[in-house]
Design a protein around this ligand. Sequence first.
Ligand SMILES: Nc1ncnc2c1ncn2[C@@H]1O[C@H](COP(=O)(O)OP(=O)(O)OP(=O)(O)O)[C@@H](O)[C@H]1O
Length: 807
Amino acid sequence: MTFEQFLDLVERTPDIARRPNAEQEVCLAASPARPTMIVAGPGSGKTTVLVLRALRHMLVDRLAPERIVITTFTKKAAREIRSRLIEWGEALVGQAAAMPNLPPEDFALFQHLDVNRVVTGTLDSICQEALGSDRHADEPPLVTLEAFAANVILQRRGRIGQIYRANEAELGAFLAPFTMDGTAPNTVGDAAAALVPIVERFIQDRVDVGAFGALGQPLAHQLIAAIATDYRTYLRDNNLLDFSSLEEAMLRRLQAQRVPTLLAETAVVLVDEYQDTNALQEAIYFELVSALNASFTVVGDDDQSLYRFRGATIELFRAFIARCEARLGTTPQGPLYLVENYRSTPEIVNFFNGFIREDPNFAPARIQPPKPVIRANADPSRFPVLAMFRPDAETLADHLSGFLHDVFRGGGYRDPNGNYPDALRGSANGGDLGDAVMLGFSVLEQQRPYFGNPPKPRFVHHLRVAMQQQNLAMFNPRGQSLRDIEQVEQLLGLTILAIDPSGRPGGQLFEAMPITNVAKFFMRRWVTTAQALLATRPAAIYGKTLQQEVADWSTFVLGQAGEKASSRDWPLLDVIYGLVPWIPHFEEDPEGQVYLEAISRAAGQAAGFSAYSGKLVRPASISDENDHGRLSVLSVLRDVIAPIAENVIDVDEEIMPSVPRDRLNVMTIHQAKGLEYPLVIVDVGADFSTNSPKNRFRRFPDAPSATAQIEDVLAPFTPDLGALRMARSALDRSFEDLIRLYYVAFSRPQSVLMLVGCDKMLKWNSTIKHVATGWRQDDSWAWRDTSPPYTGRRPPAVVTPPSIQFV
Ligand SMILES: Nc1ncnc2c1ncn2[C@@H]1O[C@H](COP(=O)(O)OP(=O)(O)OP(=O)(O)O)[C@@H](O)[C@H]1O
């Protein structure tokens, strides 16, 4: 099939039904013989082009699908690419096979072409699969650790506790800038949390750890290098991998010219969201492409780089052409540009175009020469960018839920001032709350809950409550810590009662364990919650009461005869799933399903690193201190239950692939990268009613972020990258990150963008500065109305930002 035929077919295939525009066509036609760099703003079809380019390789270049690798940055985006590829690919291949006058060899090829075989995923997931399925018979299986398990091991095997306590002054002073509140860590857990990103960066940034921790360097450096080395040695000796060592293992394999089978025939590498690539990932791509002489296409937008905290280095994208020349010895084609935005209305495109060019200090952080300004392709809509600002978070939540009700359940929302003629309503074609998304810096519903203190609700929580009153539901499983959710408390409390009964001679084990006080505090609280549930005498299920179920497990762990004694050992998961039927929330509610999955994963991870692999062993002698039954209970409590109590287990944002259509999805802006929704509500300050220094890092930093400071500390030991990064100051980089974050948020909507915040931010003489509301780093404010010049004694009540309609 010729390239022209391919383009025609794309346009004629009903599931795709679009003609690539002239710029997209150039990107699709670019020769695979040279690396290609595509740079473009949001919604311009970057991902679309990447998927079509993969299809071109199959249909025009006649490449086998398994020889094509597509990667992107988040799991969500990877799923999106895969589903687009398969949906479009199958339709296109079907059409192709039905083309009249098709040469017989093409017919045979298309008939057996299976698009499912294209290798897609995040680089991590591809490394995991490639290395996991490709070991020699004598090599033990590799286990990839989730972040929490890696942290637990770092604490234990890196001997953080011991080293920290012995050198608290030096380490405390060194780590202070990297903690949440800028003070020295209070506990070993806090110290570990501050150390994790540094230890990860050693690998992601390819830091010269030897030089960092050399004699003559500050003591803190030497100690941290030793902690990292102990941790890595332990992982290696036990065939465990965390995500950065997984990628490093891949790089080493490639450097040793042992390309894993999954990738051995790779002819084409296509990378989406390249602006978030870190140094280690860049090295993998270059190594893979040069080892196999593969075609290499990268696509990205310098303005949408969001993952500095995971080592993302925008400079690698900016300097792609030069780095390719140096590393691969070929000059890439490009940068090729895309300029038409197909996603958003012109009103929205104007707004985010203006936003990204607002602060002159941001200009030098962008790709040079600047890429062309993105241009709206759609016709003007009748809706301006909307903004809802109210005196406080509760009122705002109340009014916003009313707005959502009007749009999706009522007769539509009409501007009370009649500023625009039409009612805003959900799509007549099955429109529902799921077409809207609420984006913010954080999705937490409570202000950092601190044990002992009652947590203070944040805007998102008020919104949940206000929506409930309107019979509307929200989907925000990451809004609360797992340990604070009532049903989780019940389930884990019951689990503790089942496996660590108070009837044990000598008392419950967890009380005497060397775990943190925080862990014990929450574990006791869960037990109390579980006892309250038991006291309600829940109805029997399949003829068995909850009391009996708990008692059956207790008899097992105490070595008494009973129903469970039939097995020598039981996975903790069996205990958990045995108890779940009495807490229907876990089965019936979509958020509950996510919580259960998170708990199950924590229990499952224990298999990789915990002494008894997360199993409970039948005791031989209950009074023996070294009895395996007893030790196995201790392992489970320490490695699964205590980490949840210490809040080191995150509810993984990727667990639930699709959100129920009748719920408002609440997401962090990071998560929303690459996605689009008809209605996007962006929280630009619903909780900011004062100029509190505590929240400045989220809106208008007065000091560099922890991440930028880590970059500074590591720069002298980071060959190549260090100097590139230091070209901008740490504070400049912190501002850049916020500007990019809100740019991504503002460019997600298809039809309507609405900003929400607190009134006080809009006062003429407001001190609550926020880059999202037009403040520039030099303290000037784009939204402040300067015409006519203000001369009176009283400043005007509010500003009038351009092109925004207040509702
Ligand atoms: N030639 C085209 N004709 C019509 N619609 C198009 C065309 N190209 C892309 N689109 C549509 O535009 C929207 C945005 O495309 P896509 O997601 O590929 O953009 P992107 O550049 O990857 O966005 P982002 O920068 O936000 O990741 C999608 O809905 C896509 O289907």
